[in-house]
Ligand binder design. Structure first.
Ligand code: ZN
Ligand code: ZN
Length: 179
């Protein structure tokens, strides 16, 4: 996409190296320029004391309140446990066809599941999650093609089953919808 800029807003204190890897993966997938911006947000306001998790709907609304030209997409990157009322947890969410998305690394590390730390695997999962949510921002819905990043994922194992890429069909839809 000529002139498309995607901003990755770092609210998760993720390190530079990981963010620049992420930016490369996002940039090539969506043919866009990617900018990394440090974000500061007091997440206490979004904490649900009963669930002991953070309200994804409210955080997404906050991200969407940022000014952005219509050629920009915004992805808030977090490292806390996100939920929406109808689900136990979410890896991320997005406004379908909108400008904003959020993604969290909280449930994407091996350590979370009692397994050996694997930095490369964590980075790969996070890229898939960010690409998935951005796909929604670009108007793509869930896809059943094996390996497509737009497959829905309930468990981290589902994320491991897919690639970080759009399938041919989703790529065509992406191009048609965002010319
Ligand atoms: Zn989805
Ligand atoms: Zn697909």
């Amino acid at each position: 996409m000529a002139d498309m800029t995607i901003k990755l807003l770092n609210y998760g204190y993720f390190e530079k190296k990981m963010l620049s890897e992420l930016a490369v993966g996002v940039s090539s997938e969506f043919e866009a320029e990617v900018k990394i911006v440090e974000g500061y947000l007091d997440l206490n306001a979004y904490f649900d004391a009963v669930r002991k998790q953070y309200n994804g709907n409210q955080i997404l609304r906050y991200i969407d309140s940022h000014d952005a030209a219509d050629y920009q997409k915004l992805v808030g990157l977090f490292n806390v446990d996100l939920f929406i009322p109808i689900l136990t947890y979410i890896f991320g969410q997005a406004y379908l066809g909108g400008k904003s998305a959020i993604a969290s690394g909280y449930r994407l590390t091996n350590e979370r599941y009692g397994l050996t730390k694997n930095e490369a695997l964590f980075h790969a999962r996070f890229l898939k999650e960010v690409n998935h949510e951005l796909g929604h921002c670009f108007g793509l819905i869930h896809c059943h093609n094996p390996g497509c990043v737009m497959q829905s994922s309930t468990y981290v194992e589902d994320i491991d089953q897919k690639s970080p890429h759009l399938c041919g069909n989703c790529r065509n839809l992406f191009h048609e919808g965002n010319r």
